[in-house]
Design a protein around this ligand. Structure first.
Ligand code: NAP
Length: 289
């Protein structure tokens, strides 16, 4: 039962209609016996003002999503070192000070290790995109010792990402270029891991994929950060080729579990959160059909 003592957590971003974070988080709180609730707060004005007002309203913690992961930094008293290097915060904890963290890096590397193996060092990773999630992945991959190639539609953004990673990760091997067929044909045969960190293939554009499946070979591990649908066209085609594949749902759940740990110091029930996430996506698909 919600009372005046219930702790309030939430997600800030815009748009948020398609978010399944409330289902994932609230299922975890119920299982953990926490007197807490998780809500979506669509922010249409100043995100800095919204974050500064949150502790005044008694909100205990927030997740941050598109388009505010960089902009919120201005509203924070403290930002952990990794989030500062990446330039993106996806978890805020309100306490004596308002502190920002990035859990996307640890979550994405954990998922990748589960499928590609514990030792990622020396592997070649091809990253498509240079937005917030690609930045987190580029730093994570470089820290793991992967050689990274970043291809992005806007080439100056992939160049900036490569420069930032080189600056902050000692010994990083990273290069960048624009995203086009010629660059894909050059980079894919040299890659052990291919990651889509763009929204291409996401609902409602489920028929789209950046990669022509004829370019894939079975040895490549293919990861797509898109989680709606759970199997994008890229992943379906990669499976047909014989590649190991990773969808975006587990990463979403792992970063949600890390948020709960940061806010409460407690371990979150990953299995319950994952089955709730799958259920929420099935409901979403059913409502659209
Ligand atoms: P973002 O910061 O807005 O960046 C989007 C990136 O995708 C940019 O590099 C953009 O290129 C590129 N892009 C957009 N449309 C494109 C198109 N039609 N063709 C080629 N490139 C295109 O977004 P984000 O936060 O990184 O999120 C990217 C995706 O990852 C989203 O689908 C999001 O839902 C998903 N995601 C999943 C998780 C998870 O836990 N599974 C976590 C974070 C994000 P330009 O620079 O040229 O605009």
């Amino acid at each position: 039962m919600l009372t005046s003592r219930t702790s309030v957590y939430g997600l800030i971003g815009d748009p948020l209609e398609h978010s399944i974070s409330p289902q994932i988080q609230n299922a975890a709180y119920a299982k953990m016996g926490l007197d807490a609730v998780y809500l979506c707060f669509r922010v249409r004005g100043s995100v800095v003002k919204a974050v500064r007002a949150a502790p005044i309203l008694g909100i205990s913690g927030l997740n941050v999503t598109i388009p505010y992961k960089s902009r919120v930094i201005r509203a924070l008293d403290a930002v952990d070192e990794l989030a500062r290097k990446i330039g993106a915060v996806n978890v805020i904890r309100f306490g004596e000070e308002t502190a920002g963290y990035n859990t996307d890096v640890a979550a994405s590397m954990r998922v990748l290790r589960e499928v590609a193996g514990d030792d990622l060092s020396g592997r070649s990773a091809l990253l498509l995109g240079a937005g917030g999630s690609a930045r987190a992945m580029a730093f994570g991959l470089a820290q793991e010792g992967c050689a990274v190639v970043v291809l992005n539609r806007t080439a100056r953004k992939s160049a900036r990402l490569a420069r930032d990673v080189s600056l902050h990760v000692p010994g990083a091997s990273i290069s960048s270029a624009g995203l086009n067929r010629r660059q894909l044909e050059r980079a894919i045969p040299r890659s052990d891991v291919l990651i889509n960190a763009t929204p291409v293939g996401m609902y409602p554009n489920v028929g789209k994929s950046i990669v022509d499946s004829a370019m894939l070979r079975p040895e490549i591990v293919v990861m797509d950060l898109v989680y709606n649908p759970p199997a994008t066209r890229l992943l379906r085609e990669a499976r047909e080729v014989g590649c190991k594949t990773i969808g975006g749902l587990k990463m979403l759940v792992y970063q949600a579990a890390d948020s709960i740990r940061i806010w409460t110091g407690k371990k979150a029930p990953i299995d319950i959160m994952l089955s709730e996430a799958e259920r929420a996506l099935r409901n979403f698909a059913f409502q659209q059909s």
